[in-house]
Design a protein around this ligand. Structure first.
Ligand code: ADP
Ligand code: MG
Length: 252
């Protein structure tokens, strides 16, 4: 069986500036990978290119998802195939109730896979159950997507989407940013509940703290658009003690 995600020698430009300079990363089903690195090292760029966000030019390398060429697929096709990105800065969609958004997105994905759409009662039951487990109040589901949500509510809303869509690859970009310790614990428990042998997670974070809650199998350090070091979970603790400066020099 092919790896779930294979990023090979990926080179990416934004507005004529190369941001990723040959990045390689392999993620197998069942694994949790952490990507750590200082601000500006290209972590969000990598997550955006995998999800298919416009504005990035891939000038070299490839990305395979379940053995297929991901870069050939439209963003909605990637989502239907099981790619999910929890954004560092979730977008607000005024005028679209969260509940409507979730149902439309979920049913579109199911339809694209040739599966039956959820009926309204089945969907409501499911979404209420998952929302309750994440401490998301019902009234939040009636509000516009992320409109007026606190930082913690936005991140919990991303975890809610993951729990509903059941993607095979979850990329979490700085899920801990803007979360207090209780919100971080609740969101992390939601993520941990989704760890299965046929799903993988890529947890992007600046700080080691999140990795006390979501314990990774592999840790990669990114610097200046490349993976400069890979190790086990102990690498995150080493970084916390020694900082990123040593890798900045190595990548220069
Ligand atoms: P990280 O998530 O690790 O903090 P990013 O991927 O956000 O890093 O950014 C990597 C580099 O790419 C930074 O130098 C940033 O300024 C640049 N960059 C990212 N997006 C854009 C953009 N849309 N336009 C111009 N530069 C960008
Ligand atoms: Mg970022």
């Amino acid at each position: 069986m092919p790896s779930l995600l294979e990023v090979k020698n990926l080179q990416v430009r934004v507005e004529d500036r190369e941001i990723l300079h040959g990045l390689t990363l392999t993620v197998n089903a069942g694994e949790v990978h952490a990507i750590m690195g200082p601000n500006g090292s290209g972590k969000s760029t990598l997550s955006h290119v995998i999800a298919g966000k416009p504005g990035y030019e891939v000038t070299g390398g490839e990305i395979l998802f379940k053995g297929e060429d991901l870069l050939e697929m439209e963003p909605d096709e990637r989502a239907a195939k099981g790619v999910f990105l929890a954004f560092q800065y979730p977008v607000e969609i005024p005028g679209v109730a969260t509940m409507t958004f979730l149902r439309t997105a979920l049913n579109a994905q199911r339809k694209a896979r040739g599966e039956d759409e959820f009926s309204t009662p089945d969907f409501l039951k499911k979404v209420r159950e998952v929302a309750a487990s994440l401490n998301i109040p019902q009234d939040m589901l009636r509000r516009g997507v992320n409109v007026g949500f606190s930082g913690g509510e936005k991140k919990r809303n991303e975890v809610l989407q993951m729990a509903l869509f059941q993607p095979s690859l979850c990329i979490l970009d700085e899920m801990d940013s803007g979360l207090d310790i209780d919100a971080l614990r609740i969101a992390s428990e939601g993520v941990n509940a989704l760890r299965t042998s046929d799903r993988a997670m890529v947890v992007i974070t600046h700080y080691q703290r999140l990795l006390n809650y979501i314990v990774p199998d592999h840790v990669h350090v990114m610097s200046k658009g490349r993976v400069v070091k890979t190790g086990g979970k102990e690498l995150a603790l080493e970084l916390e003690a020694s900082g990123y400066a040593q890798y900045e020099d190595a990548a220069a």
